[in-house]
Design a protein around this ligand. Structure first.
Ligand SMILES: Nc1ncnc2c1ncn2[C@@H]1O[C@H](COP(=O)(O)OP(=O)(O)OP(=O)(O)O)[C@@H](O)[C@H]1O
Length: 244
């Protein structure tokens, strides 16, 4: 089976600083890949490269077989919830999603229907016609995930999707991500600092440190390879060793 997402020595430099250093990995349909790493490890830069917001300084990647040399085509196949998304407060959730559907070329009716369906999928059907200004943070995050799904992407990127949410809000996002991966068959890549979230949700993990891949595999593989009992301990062992 061809990977949906593949990176080969993907690199991003800012002057002398290497934010992402020869990153290679692949992910297949239905996988949920957790990007882990301490602050500054390169998680956000990786997501920005793979969604074509940034241009690599080295290496290549592909999404659903489309090479990184065709960024416009990649953009049609990816969805992203950025680290801190802004929303038009005066619009309703439905208007917001319909607008994005139109941007991706749906006609008014199809875009309206897509908006309706997605709002249902993320548990916002009853708030479809209220202004985003009245949405809680958790609701906005779910709206952001719906927006990222408007173009039915092959790869969905979520940058710290549960940041700042209470435990119930976090659990709701995790259930939603699991549902999306199962229903759509998309590869989901999410960055997080919450290790128990990764243990509960991710089929694979990629641990980054100073822009390099320290380890990759299933959460169980990574835990075992680090000689730890829990992923959290494995993470500390690896990033601690690498830093020391
Ligand atoms: N525009 C930029 N100019 C210069 N350096 C940058 C820029 N963006 C990121 N960096 C550097 O690249 C490295 C990786 O940053 P990145 O934001 O990708 O890390 P991260 O793993 O997402 O961190 P966090 O967990 O804090 O969000 C850091 O050293 C950061 O300072």
């Amino acid at each position: 089976m061809e990977p949906v997402l593949a990176a080969e020595r993907l690199t991003k430099r800012y002057g002398p600083r290497v934010a992402v250093d020869q990153l290679s990995f692949s992910a297949h349909a239905g996988e949920i890949l957790g990007l882990l790493g301490p602050n500054g490890a390169g998680k956000t830069t990786t997501i920005r490269l793979l969604t074509t917001i940034l241009t690599p300084t080295g290496g290549t990647f592909s999404v659903a077989g489309v090479p990184s040399t065709e960024p416009a085509e990649i953009r049609r196949r990816v969805g992203v919830l950025p680290e801190s998304a802004g929303y038009p407060a005066q619009e309703t959730g439905w208007e917001y999603l319909r607008y994005h559907g139109r941007l991706f070329g749906l006609d008014a009716r199809a875009a309206g229907e897509r908006a309706e369906r997605l709002l249902g999928e993320v548990g916002l059907a009853d708030r479809a016609r209220t202004r985003i200004a009245s949405y809680s943070r958790g609701m906005r995050q779910r709206l952001g995930i719906a927006r990222a799904l408007v173009n039915e992407p092959a790869a969905l990127f979520l940058d710290e999707p549960t940041l700042g949410l209470d435990p119930a809000g976090q659990a709701r996002i995790l259930d939603l991500v699991r549902d999306v991966a199962r229903r759509s068959g998309a590869v989901v890549v999410l960055s997080t600092h919450t290790l128990h979230e990764v243990e509960q949700l991710c089929t694979h993990v990629l641990i980054l440190h100073r822009g390099k891949v320290l380890m990759t595999g299933t959460p169980e593989d990574v835990t075992r390879q680090a000689g730890a009992d829990r992923l959290a301990d494995a993470f500390l062992v690896m990033t601690g060793e690498a830093a020391g």
